[in-house]
Design a protein around this ligand. Structure first.
Ligand code: EPU
Length: 423
């Protein structure tokens, strides 16, 4: 198993480019399975573990998926897709595999996917997805660890989500795209990825409006066609780089990101003392102050503060001047990184959905362990600012959503190496 070895305390300087966002590439890969003819081409795709897992799942279902690393292009051909059962071995590696359900149900009228189960950040049930499928006329079946649904042809329905679930909204958009009649999703997720996903489905021939707002209207169509598409850039990866500038009191230019997707994050970092500038080539330069200032943060669905940046911002607040209160409202147990940050000298107390962060003057290197993707990113940030050496184990979590992070940070001056923990 790989680990990161990081010598902290070095200032960073330079530019860093953000690629396409995993959290829309994954649903787009699934939606590609609804195209009965042609080859789907996705551009600006990073090499990430989650994308590799979904490629293997697509092959298991009878499709083909190929990645050209030089061109950063992913191609998917689903013409010969024949199976509707996704097995446990691959599904257990990535909860987002459940995004296959909306696509398979839309195209074949059935799916059987190994039950996704919980993960380090919470129980993460899929009841909202199933509620929507039922409303569209599907019969949900559960047997031998498989969760499935069957329908002759789905019909349009008005579906009110209890909570604006991100992948729930995407799954229902896919199923409704090929259903008969009109579907309305109320209290839909409004993340920029949902907007981009709707645009992608429309390019395939779907008839969707309102995506990006809480009410999405989908007029079902008979078929969808494969297209070429360039997904938007990853706002969470971009936000992580901005946090890297903040925590190391450095100046970093982030290229290829979309400022409109990062407003809340830039606002909070500004309150913390980070200065921002635009460069003529469209970059955002973040310049961290000598010492950050404490702020309070509450995570919320978009356009609120993203839960995926809560661990990175917690690392920054761990060395800010003053006391910050972080409230996590999206996932019930997304504070595991707090204990690891404390091992590096942070002073964080967690009580229920709140974390009280008393800013320390600095952090100290220590052996720590990533418990999930963004927790891992938070530990990398903490290690970059800490005095001494930090080793971070289980970085396979980080590789799920950040492409070879060491190759991005080292050119900025970070002393970060990938090693093997058997060494
Ligand atoms: N929820 C339910 N029932 C459902 C669906 C969700 O109770 O049927 C609850 C969840 O347990 C959670 C809340 O609703 O408490 C929000 O979950 P949501 O469904 O929005 O999350 P998701 O779709 O499973 C996506 C991202 C996550 C990101 C969240 C929130 C993908 C593949 N994953 O997950 O990304 O944190 O939205 O924005 O898009 C990450 O990238 O590190 C990551 C975890």
């Amino acid at each position: 198993m790989d680990r990161f070895i990081i010598e902290g305390g070095r200032p960073l300087k330079g530019s860093i480019e953000v690629e396409g966002v995993k959290n829309v590439i994954l649903p787009m890969m699934c939606a590609a399975l609804m195209a009965g003819k042609g080859t789907t081409v996705l551009e600006n795709v990073p090499r990430l573990q989650d994308i590799s897992v979904l490629m293997r799942l697509i092959e298991e279902l009878g499709g083909t998926a190929a990645y050209d690393e030089t061109e950063r292009r992913l191609t998917i051909d689903a013409v010969n897709l024949s199976r509707t059962i996704a097995s446990y071995d691959l599904v257990k590696q990535m909860r987002a595999s459940f995004l296959l359900s909306g696509a398979l149900l839309g195209r074949f009228g059935e799916f059987h996917i190994s039950m996704p189960g919980g993960c380090a950040i919470g129980d993460r049930p899929v009841n909202f997805h199933l509620h929507g499928f039922r409303k569209m006329g599907a019969r949900v079946v559960e047997e031998e660890g498989l969760l499935g649904a069957v329908a002759k042809r789905l019909h349009g329905a008005v579906i009110c989500l209890d909570y604006p679930s991100h992948t729930g909204t995407e799954n229902l958009m896919m199923a409704a795209a090929l259903a008969e009649g009109t579907t309305v999703i109320e209290n839909a997720a409004c993340e920029p990825e949902i907007k981009d996903f709707g645009n992608f489905l429309n390019a395939m021939g779907a008839n969707i409006s309102g995506h990006g707002s809480p009410t999405i209207v989908i007029e079902g169509v008979d078929s969808l066609t494969a297209v070429s598409y360039r997904p938007i850039s990853d706002r969470i990866v971009a936000g992580t780089y901005l946090c890297a500038a903040a925590i190391t009191a450095s100046e970093i230019e982030v290229l290829g990101s979309r400022e409109q997707d990062l407003r809340m994050v830039i606002d909070k970092l500004t309150d913390m003392g980070v200065m921002f500038e635009h460069t003529p080539r469209g970059g955002i330069v973040a310049k961290g102050p000598r010492r950050l200032t404490a702020v309070d943060i509450t995570t919320m669905p978009h356009p609120g503060f993203p839960t995926d940046l809560q661990p990175p911002i917690m690392a920054c607040l761990a060395v800010a001047d003053g006391v910050s209160i972080i409230r996590e409202t999206v996932f019930e147990s997304r504070f595991i990184h707090a204990a690891e940050l404390n091992r590096m000298g942070a002073n964080i107390r967690v009580a229920g959905d709140k974390a009280v962060v008393v800013g320390a003057p600095s952090l100290l290197g220590a052996p720590v362990m990533a418990s999930d993707l963004r927790a891992g990113a938070a530990l990398v940030l903490a290690a970059l600012s800490a005095k001494g050496t930090t080793t971070i184990d289980r970085i396979y979590h980080v590789d799920r959503g950040y492409e070879r992070l060491e190759t991005k940070l080292a050119p900025l001056g970070a002393a970060i190496k990938r090693g093997d923990n058997r060494a």
